[in-house]
Design a protein around this ligand. Structure first.
Ligand code: SAH
Ligand code: SF4
Ligand code: F3S
Length: 454
């Protein structure tokens, strides 16, 4: 049996790609390991969306040069969004790199690794496909860890956000046929999965291009009918394409969890215009209002970019104001970094000094911390359902799970509850997680239901 070490950075789509890589290389008898020193094959699967993504890849690969010299036959490969972006250049600049695979080429990996093993070749596969079949089961044993699983429903993006490299590294939008998605989820539920996270760069566009023959809300309705499945989540959705039908789905589909990640990026209309986001602050707020009207306890999260090209103090103040106004449960915030190929680098100067960007980011994060803490504290005393994922990393005897609103809850409890839905009373809160206690009676009932007690 050979060992595979895989290092991953990036969004949930990229993490799922790494699971698929482990799955497909299982066909060649590679098993995952946590240490590069023990590996026969090292793969780097990385994100290109921010910062100096390229430099990070070159330095990570540089660190493995000594290993390659020490261990004959060690294979090193690079894939994902940075590999898609850099392509051939990676092979030229890193002499000890054996293979490069793009974002559509995971299914090609076994063939590529064999070419290195048997011929000493340096294969590179970067093709973008126009058919969605590359997203289907690559063979091998699916990687299921616990009660939650990722399921790709579409990939690529047809939007033109001026700051974003994703359309260049993931290609045009393509949707998987709904029957394949439903079959995959049925199989996952048979192996104990209770919650699926539907993945796509812009899930609201499901069905518009490729073989998706349903709209996204129609797909959700079908998935809601799958027996054994308890919870549905999805990420990520663009505010411009958030339809009234999707808002309605939150009111009618009982398995759809009350949480939506809806990246706003900025609270300023002029910045949103330069970002080519296709909505105004008012239009965004109107959608939030409708969502809360139909689903009052929905939790909301968002992405914020601080210091976009040309962002003035007044424009930035509007971002702080929208955080106050919406009161998100959670945000992911970043300083703007210019990315190759994007419209923003061609059109605008990256003129906000780095210190100012960082200070704005810190302000955003300070404000959101206060809001998250306040909101989390409000939930103390309430009863929530959590899906137990397993032992908590924080404390012995503690288990961890998420509420339907996507909040992490740690509770003292037996690990045999892992994989089951359990009711807990919230007893404490920080900005990032909640503390709870098991409700004895319902905990027993769900354990019995899950077959935990004979
Ligand atoms: N498809 C997703 C975005 C994926 S990228 C969506 O539209 O929601 C995830 C986040 O990274 C974006 O929402 C944005 O906040 C951030 N991001 C993207 N490009 C960036 C850049 N050039 N600089 C800083 N942050 C960026
Ligand atoms: Fe990037 Fe915009 Fe597409 Fe999201 S919607 S992946 S931010 S281009
Ligand atoms: Fe990054 Fe690629 Fe995801 S650029 S955000 S890993 S789609």
């Amino acid at each position: 049996m050979k060992k595979l070490y895989i290092q991953t950075y990036g969004c949930q789509m990229n993490q799922h790609d790494s699971e698929r890589i482990v799955q497909v290389l299982g066909r060649l008898d590679y098993q995952p390991t946590d240490s590069p020193e023990h590996a026969d094959l090292i793969l780097l699967n990385t994100c290109s969306v921010r910062d100096k993504a390229e430099q990070k890849v070159y330095s990570a690969l540089g660190r493995w040069r000594d290993l390659k010299e020490e261990k004959r036959g060690l294979i090193i490969g690079a894939g994902g969004c940075v590999a898609q972006q850099e392509g051939e250049l990676l092979l030229r600049r890193v002499p000890h790199l054996d293979l490069v695979f793009g974002t559509h080429n995971i299914h090609k990996l076994p063939e590529m690794v064999e070419q290195v093993e048997t011929l000493g070749a340096r294969p590179i596969e970067l093709a973008f496909y126009r058919e969605p079949s590359y997203m289907e089961d690559p063979g091998g044993k699916p990687q299921v860890h616990g009660p939650r699983a990722f399921v790709t429903i579409m990939q690529g993006c047809n939007n033109v956000c001026s700051f974003c490299i994703v359309p260049y590294v993931r290609g045009r939008e393509l949707s998987r046929p709904s029957r394949n998605i439903i079959r995959e989820i049925r199989e996952l539920t048979r192996s104990g999965v209770k919650e699926v996270m539907l993945l796509g760069q812009n899930v609201n566009s499901y069905g518009k291009a490729g073989s998706g023959e349903l709209t996204f809300p129609e797909l959700l309705t079908r998935i809601n009918g799958i027996e054994g499945l308890e919870r549905i989540r999805f990420t990520t959705s663009h505010p411009q394409d958030l339809s009234p039908e999707l808002i309605e789905a939150y009111a009618t589909l009982e398995k759809l969890c009350e949480h939506l990640h809806l990246p706003v990026q900025s609270g300023s209309d002029s910045v949103l215009h330069r970002m080519r986001r296709g909505y105004t602050r008012e239009a965004y707020l109107e959608k939030i209002y409708r969502l809360r009207e139909r689903c009052p306890n929905i939790a909301l999260s968002t992405d914020i970019i601080a210091g976009f090209a040309g962002e003035t103090e007044a424009e930035f103040a509007e971002t702080l104001a929208i955080l106050h106004q919406v009161e998100y449960d959670e945000i992911y915030s970043f300083v703007y970094s210019p990315r190759p190929h994007t419209a923003a680098v061609k059109l605008y100067r990256d003129d906000v000094p780095q210190e100012v960007k960082k200070e704005r980011l810190a302000q955003v994060q300070r404000l959101q911390n206060e809001i998250s803490l306040r909101k989390n504290r409000q939930s103390v005393g309430t009863v929530e359902e959590i899906l137990v994922e397993g032992p908590s990393k924080l404390r012995r005897g503690q288990i961890t799970g998420r509420t339907r609103t996507n909040k992490i809850v740690n509770v003292m409890g037996p690990t045999m509850l892992s994989g089951s839905l359990t009711r807990v009373r919230i007893t404490g809160a920080s900005a990032n997680s909640l503390l709870g206690e098991l409700l004895k009676v319902s905990a027993m009932a769900s354990t019995l239901e899950a077959g935990g007690i004979a």
